[in-house]
Design a protein around this ligand. Structure first.
Ligand code: SAH
Length: 278
């Protein structure tokens, strides 16, 4: 769909786009093709799409996958979508807020061994990624359109780590696949985007694992509480661990005693937390 076609549909339905919902629709067919190539779907695949918009990506996914479950929050759009998607028998449209839906939760979910492909509404990028990764029914992989700088943050490496990078890389391997100009959308957003692929490593988790993950993130969050400060200071303030003990643990991990949270990879964190507990 191009901008003229989108404007026509909106006019026909006397509809205005809702900026707050991150409604920037894809109008670039090259990018659409590249997303489909990246997703590498087969007729065995079930896909969850978050934010159907006017169904541009939905229709392409439906041609490649066995089943597409697409979720859209805006009631005005789902009215149009019902019409747009009526000939696509393998598409199920759900009108809901992804963050309030239990679609991905629990073993009873109708989603099993699924992939997520989405041009994500930008205002919920990190909560959606975290919800999906932490869920007890995570997807196998996600192909997501996100803001370029968020893509870079998610894929960051030491010494540029951040909490979102640790949260993602703990569960998955994220990779930037290609950049997308803001001109590929209508209405045009202020910043460029990128497509990232997130391959999930963890699948099922025991209660014991969940417990140790909770502890892991408590420590990581304490480490990032004042990101410019040294870890030894943050751990002392937030977790009351003596500075000397932290410096020794850092040395055991081969890290300098002045290390900051941004210097640590997921592996570094895992080793350090073991050392501190020992
Ligand atoms: N996939 C379409 C639309 C992308 S724009 C395309 O590529 O052109 C993002 C879409 O997400 C919008 O249609 C917006 O209404 C929808 N959306 C915003 N917040 C949402 C939420 N919390 N849950 C589900 N959909 C949401």
């Amino acid at each position: 769909m191009n901008a003229i076609q989108i404007k026509k549909i909106l006019k026909e339905h006397d509809l205005q786009l809702n900026k707050r919902l991150g409604q920037n629709f894809l109008i670039d067919n090259n990018i659409l093709d590249k997303i489909i190539i990246t997703a590498n779907l087969s007729k065995q695949d079930t896909v969850l799409e978050i934010g159907s918009g006017l169904g541009t990506l939905t229709k392409e996914l439906a041609q490649k996958a066995k089943k597409v479950i697409t979720i859209e929050k805006d009631k005005k759009l789902t009215e149009i979508l019902k019409q747009e998607l009526k000939d696509y028998e393998n598409v199920e449209l759900i009108e809901a807020d992804i963050l309030r839906s239990d679609l991905c939760k629990g073993r009873t979910s109708k989603l099993k061994d699924y992939k997520v492909v989405s041009n994500l509404p930008y205002y919920i990028t990190s909560p959606v990624i975290r919800m999906l990764l932490e869920s007890d029914n995570p997807p196998q992989e996600m192909i997501l359109m996100v803001q370029k700088e968020v893509a870079q943050r998610i894929c960051a490496k030491p010494p540029k780590m951040n909490l979102l990078a640790v949260a993602t890389q703990f569960y998955a391997n994220p990779k930037i696949i290609f950049s997308v100009s803001k001109n590929s959308f209508w209405p045009r957003p202020k910043i460029d985007s990128a497509i990232i692929k997130i391959e999930v490593r963890h699948q099922q988790m025991s209660d014991l694992e969940k417990d140790s993950i909770k502890k892991f993130f408590q420590v990581v969050k304490a480490g990032f509480s004042s990101p410019r400060k040294q870890l030894a200071n943050n751990f002392y303030t937030k977790l009351s661990i003596p500075r000397e003990q932290i410096k020794e643990a850092l040395a055991e991990c081969g890290l300098p005693h002045q290390a900051r949270a941004e210097n640590l990879s997921v592996e570094n964190w895992q080793k350090l937390i073991k050392e501190i507990n020992a």
